[in-house]
Design a protein around this ligand. Structure first.
Ligand SMILES: [Zn+2]
Length: 417
């Protein structure tokens, strides 16, 4: 394989140093990829490339994602190499007690550090970012020169804003529905085409978890989706790229045997204890695309009228069936590496099969056409971290994180020379 990359100096970003790539590096964040999706697809014969990695053609780890186990905090951790306590993005929303408003965190002004992608692009690397949902595009592309677009808005791509034009022609697919497997397939097909045509030095691909919210590991729908991923990873591998595959979070069933979601309506409980509108429950999973999860996940923030009552309220909430942990602001900031100014007086995590809602009448569950699967808790923290290379050295046992993806791909993987 000819190597056309000019090797530049090492790049320091957010306290870590990354070696310049010896060949293209593709980091893939498969949204909602509980490890069992991969092993089940491999067992069914649907994912031979991933099966090869698991069997020893690559290196495979189980890593922890950051809490809350939501999409944006984890994508931003992967591209910055640091937890939310440093980069600041700890959900789709935070509550600003001074203005009394819920603030959406999808704008780069909320991001407190630069990204690895931006640093490499500033040093002359050719960088490309493709994301399924447009909500992530501006955050991932923050400060970066190069190609950056979403499949959701692939028909609106232009050279000035996205660094590329005519994406639909390049990919040969129509703009997919935001609720479809094709939204993610578009990301992969575009990634393969870009690798063939532009050969970026660094590429970040981020999919959406529409399928994982609907289908359990090993089901035909899930296996078909992983077969699509597998085909495209094999193409990137054949094109000579180093590939790191990880996930933003896992995914679990959140319903009872009757198929009904197991929900703790936390705002209703607290209102019954304190009176209406005294405390405020914020669900940072809430975003404009809630049809497939009804804004229900296993993580919530609580803002209290008197923060010195936090300890007593924590005990009361912890006694509700289905609650796994209730932490004060300081405890959560330390244990989950969260920015203390953007979380509540209490942080509530529910158990694997249970989700947390605000008030019953604020959740529209009519869009749930299959039993609820969701994420957000510590039960969705285990994610795959795979690479199609061996390692240059025996790495000491460590707590792998999904935000070690660039470290793994640039610093630890075997090189061509
Ligand atoms: Zn996600």
């Amino acid at each position: 394989m000819p190597t056309e990359i000019t090797v530049n100096a090492d790049i320091a970003v957010n306290g870590r140093t990354y070696r310049w790539m010896d060949r293209p590096l593709v980091v893939v964040c498969v949204d909602g990829c509980q490890f069992e999706y991969i092993t089940a697809a491999v067992a069914a014969g649907a994912a031979p490339f991933l099966g090869g990695l698991l069997a020893g053609a690559g290196s495979c780890f189980i890593a922890d994602c950051v809490m809350p186990s939501f999409t944006n905090p984890n994508n931003l951790s992967i591209v910055t190499g640091v937890p939310p306590s440093v980069h600041g993005i700890c959900g789709n929303y935070f509550f600003d007690p001074e203005s009394g408003e819920e603030v959406m965190m999808n704008d780069p002004r909320h991001l407190r550090v630069g990204t690895i992608l931006a640093a490499f692009s500033a040093a002359g690397a050719k960088v490309a970012v493709i994301t399924a949902k447009d909500k992530l595009r501006k955050l991932l592309g923050s400060g970066m020169k190069g190609i950056c677009f979403s499949s959701e808005r692939a028909d609106q791509v232009n050279l000035a804003e996205n660094g590329i034009a005519n994406v639909l022609d390049l990919v040969g697919m129509p703009v997919p529905s935001v609720y479809s497997a094709a939204l993610s397939e578009f990301v992969f097909v575009a990634g393969v085409k870009l690798m063939e045509r532009e050969r970026p030095d660094l590429m970040y691909l981020s999919t959406t978890d529409y399928i994982q919210h609907k289908a359990a590991p090993g089901t035909p729908l899930a296996n078909d989706f992983y077969a699509m991923i597998d085909r495209n990873l094999a193409r990137l591998d054949a094109l000579g790229a180093t590939i790191v595959v990880t996930a933003d979070h896992g995914m679990n069933a959140k319903h009872g045997a009757d198929g009904q979601p197991k929900v703790i309506y936390l705002q209703d409980h607290i209102d019954a204890w304190l009176g209406q509108h005294q405390a405020r429950v914020i669900l940072p999973i809430t975003d404009p695309y809630v049809v497939h999860h009804g804004a229900l996940g296993s993580f919530a923030l609580v803002y209290l009228p008197a923060p010195d009552t936090a300890r007593a309220m924590a005990e009361r909430i912890a006694a509700l069936p289905g609650i796994e942990a209730v932490l004060t602001r300081a405890e959560a900031a330390a244990r989950f590496e969260l920015p203390s100014d953007r979380i509540g007086d209490l942080i509530v995590v529910s158990q694997l099969d249970t989700v947390i809602g605000t008030s019953r009448d604020r959740h529209d569950l009519s869009g749930l056409d299959v039993p609820l699967r969701s994420h957000g808790g510590t039960s969705e923290q285990k994610v795959p971290l795979l690479i199609n290379r061996g390692l240059t050295q025996r790495t000491a046992p460590r707590r792998w994180r999904n935000f070690d993806a660039f470290d793994l791909g640039l610093n630890l993987a075997t090189r061509t020379s």
